[in-house]
Design a binder for this molecule. Structure first.
Ligand SMILES: NC(=O)C1=CN([C@@H]2O[C@H](COP(=O)(O)OP(=O)(O)OC[C@H]3O[C@@H](n4cnc5c(N)ncnc54)[C@H](O)[C@@H]3O)[C@@H](O)[C@H]2O)C=CC1
Ligand SMILES: O=C(O)[C@@H]1CCC=N1
Length: 272
């Protein structure tokens, strides 16, 4: 790719994407520019780890950038967009990873004609295993959309979606890994309480999660069938699942997804 990519925000998510794109050599390290609000130590660390160009001079970065990645927290986006409004140039493409920040809000601040692409990756980008949803703004042409797709394919899989689906997608795929980690934490705790040592529990749980994910990906079976294949009548799985079902697991997971989704909607409304 012959484009220079500038990250405004150098937190967990930006690092995950930087790690992915530099590992795949889609651009040279000199084509990746990174800045944050003020944490020079963090920038030094990113520069050392990934060999990218870290810079506190945002105006200089904008001059060199083709792609502007918005990677700050939603609460910091408004001020940044107001600043960007005076620096945006016709060749720039703006790509946001910010939860809850709508394309309309970005377009409204940056003005007519600016290509804006909204994405929802997750931190598994760090190991090129993100599941990234991508939605296009009003002024994005197909080549710009394909560019975004290609960029995020370097850090995992991509799916083009309508923006209205982003609240739900943020819940299941953006926040999703945290929910699976929490499930693993809970199973690990239960195993330790039952006498297993931590290392053995985590090693076996990790491979169990990887194996389950790969089965979902490649067995051709849906999750319900895969679950049934494990559940012998009157067996151990059934005994465990009965506890989940009697304890309201479905309801709890729905509340979890709805909670994350509603928070995304609240973030959108707060920016209006
Ligand atoms: N952490 C995650 O798993 C995911 C996060 N996201 C989104 O990514 C964004 C960043 O999240 P994290 O990396 O977790 O946050 P973080 O708090 O780790 O990083 C935020 C970064 O933005 C920088 N920043 C703030 N204002 C700035 C400005 N005006 N100019 C340049 N940099 C500025 C901060 O200095 C910091 O480097 C959020 O909007 C979040 O919704 C999306 C998907 C997954
Ligand atoms: O928790 C958050 O708000 C961000 C967005 C998706 C994952 N992390």
């Amino acid at each position: 790719m012959d484009k220079t990519i500038a990250f405004f925000g150098a937190g967990n998510l930006a690092e995950a994407i930087i790690a992915g794109i530099t590992r795949k050599n889609v651009v040279t390290n000199e084509q990746v520019l990174v800045t944050n609000r003020s944490d020079q130590e963090r920038l030094d660390l990113i520069a050392e780890k990934y060999g990218v160009i870290c810079n506190q001079d945002k105006e200089e970065m904008i001059q060199e950038a083709d792609i502007i990645i918005l990677a700050m927290k939603p609460k910091d986006a408004g001020d940044y967009l107001n600043w960007l409004q005076d620096h945006i140039q016709p060749h720039h493409i703006v790509i946001s990873v910010i939860a809850g920040l709508s394309i309309e809000q970005i377009e409204k601040t940056l003005g007519e004609g600016v290509p804006v692409i909204r994405t929802m990756p997750n931190t598994s980008a760090l190991i090129s295993q993100s599941a990234t949803a991508i939605a296009k703004g009003t002024h994005v042409d197909l080549s710009q959309l394909y560019f975004a797709e290609e960029l995020f394919q370097t850090v995992g899989t991509t799916k083009i979606v309508d923006e209205e689906q982003m609240h739900t997608i943020t819940a299941i795929a953006g926040s999703g890994p945290a929910f699976f980690y929490y499930m693993v934490e809970s199973m690990e705790k239960a195993a330790i309480e039952a006498g297993l040592d931590r290392d053995t529990a985590l090693e076996l749980l990790t491979q169990t999660v990887i194996g389950s994910g790969k089965m979902l990906e490649s067995s051709g079976e849906d999750p319900e069938q895969l679950r049934k294949n494990i559940t012998s009548p009157s067996g151990t799985t059934e005994a465990g699942l009965n506890q989940l079902m009697e304890g309201g697991f479905d309801k709890l997971i729905k509340a979890c997804v709805d909670g994350a989704r509603e928070r995304s909607i609240d973030i959108t409304n707060a920016q209006k």
